[in-house]
Ligand binder design. Structure first.
Ligand SMILES: Cc1cc2nc3c(=O)[nH]c(=O)nc-3n(C[C@H](O)[C@H](O)[C@H](O)COP(=O)(O)OP(=O)(O)OC[C@H]3O[C@@H](n4cnc5c(N)ncnc54)[C@H](O)[C@@H]3O)c2cc1C
Length: 384
């Protein structure tokens, strides 16, 4: 006897958005979460996440366009703003190929973008300093999604749409039958649904292994630090652009002040591999690298952080997402490998995953997210 048409395992931005999308299709949906909404053990917490068109892959530009619309629609339903546009500066040496690629993709999509030299950058954006010979590709639509408020809004929207939301339920066993799945938690409770969406973030790989599927998903502990302004130059969201700095192999990125009185700065993909259940630790090497960046790039910030936050990336081999049916289990869809850039697409990922699960035509081409692209990495272990 199935209690639900679909069970969504994992209540981060992806799971909560998927539960909303499924409930809008008048399905009986359960959303099961080990902790509480917007908790700080996974990947979807904190005051802000960058949203941007600035990708060289057209699919992400399309998804970003749909995401801006979807977040605005959710903001109306939630009765509070969830995104604020603030612009995005992409910095790099004048001949940097990534800047050139971004610029040409923006032009292909007819999106506004400007190329500024150092003097022009300093005149327009005094919060930043770049070296002579470096340039900025500026895109005005860059913005900030108010992360934890957005996750809480998705949970409220899910509940309003009839989703049964179950918190503090740590699922330890996924029992798969041909026509249903039964999930059991550590307290012995169980839930049965005809279909399942696995949106378990950093905890996905072991759940897939239990289903006989091995996909390389490396979990890293990434870190953010907040640096307070030391002058009266405004660093608040809406007055200061985000930045992504391509002067280093792994880019630094900045988000203006939202709730915490400091500019948020991170160093993409530099965190250590971690067991998602391990305690979070302060990464001092990372802090030193980010402080050097602040001294170099942000002349009006105190290089001593007022707060640091740790958070998980779940990295696929190519940093593209895995959004697909689980091989051998057509009634189970997996959503993983968001590799540090999935939050902005939350509501659109929900629609794409619902379409994949229900065999609908997806809102956009999902072939780049196929689990089979790692065929050599996907081995179907014959269960004993
Ligand atoms: C430092 C940092 C900065 C980032 N910056 C950006 C940015 O600027 N822009 C952007 O777009 N993206 C950004 N990201 C990436 C983005 O935050 C993630 O891609 C996104 O939050 C992933 O969401 P998720 O729902 O897959 O994962 P999560 O939020 O981790 O959700 C998975 C959930 O599953 C639950 N779960 C797992 N196993 C079980 C179980 N067995 N039983 C019950 N529940 C379970 C977990 O408790 C968790 O709540 C950043 C990420 C980090 C870490």
């Amino acid at each position: 006897m199935t209690q639900y048409d679909v069970i969504v395992l994992g209540g981060g931005v992806v799971g909560a958005a998927t539960a909303c999308a499924l409930a809008r299709r008048n399905l009986r949906v359960a959303l099961i979460e080990r902790f509480s909404p917007a908790h700080d053990r996974g990947s979807s917490h904190g005051d802000g996440r960058m949203i941007r068109y600035d990708y060289s892959e057209p699919i992400y530009v399309e998804m970003a366009a749909a995401s801006y619309i979807a977040w605005d629609a959710l903001a109306v339903r939630a009765g509070e703003p969830l995104v604020k546009k603030t612009g995005l500066c992409n910095f790099g040496p004048a001949d940097n190929p990534q800047l050139a690629e971004l610029e040409s993709t923006m032009r292909t999509f007819g999106l506004a973008c400007e190329r500024l030299d150092a003097a022009q950058t300093h005149a327009r954006f005094p919060q930043y300093r770049i070296e002579p010979g470096s340039e900025t590709v500026y895109q005005p639509d860059g913005g900030v999604v108010f992360a934890d408020r957005a996750v809480l809004a998705l949970w409220r929207c899910a509940t309003k749409n009839g989703v049964e939301t179950i918190e503090q339920a740590y699922v330890r066993d996924v029992e798969v039958h041909a026509d249903r799945v039964t999930l059991c938690d550590t307290t012995g409770r169980s839930w049965t649904g005809a279909r399942l969406v696995l949106a378990a973030g950093g905890w996905t790989a072991p759940l897939l292994r239990d289903l006989g599927i091995v996909v390389s998903l490396e979990v890293t502990q990434e870190q953010l630090a907040y640096f307070p302004p030391i002058s009266d130059i405004d660093h608040r969201v809406g007055t200061m652009p985000n930045c992504i700095d391509y002067h280093t192999e792994q880019p630094f990125y900045c988000l203006p002040m939202v709730r915490i009185p400091g500019v948020k700065i991170g160093w993409h993909h530099t965190g250590p591999v971690i067991d998602p259940d391990a305690p979070r630790t302060l990464n001092t090497d990372n802090i030193h690298g980010v402080q050097d960046f602040v001294r170099r790039r942000c002349p009006h910030l105190d290089p001593h952080p007022i707060q640091t936050v740790q958070c998980l990336y779940t990295n696929s081999l190519d940093y593209h997402f895995v959004l697909d049916r689980v091989p051998g289990h057509p009634h189970i869809v997996v959503a993983a490998g968001f590799s540090g850039h999935g939050f902005k697409f939350g509501p659109v990922l929900g629609e794409m995953l619902a379409a994949k699960l229900l065999d609908e035509t997806p809102p956009m081409d999902m072939s780049i997210f196929s689990i089979h692209r790692f065929e050599q990495a996907v081995s179907r272990r014959t269960t004993a």
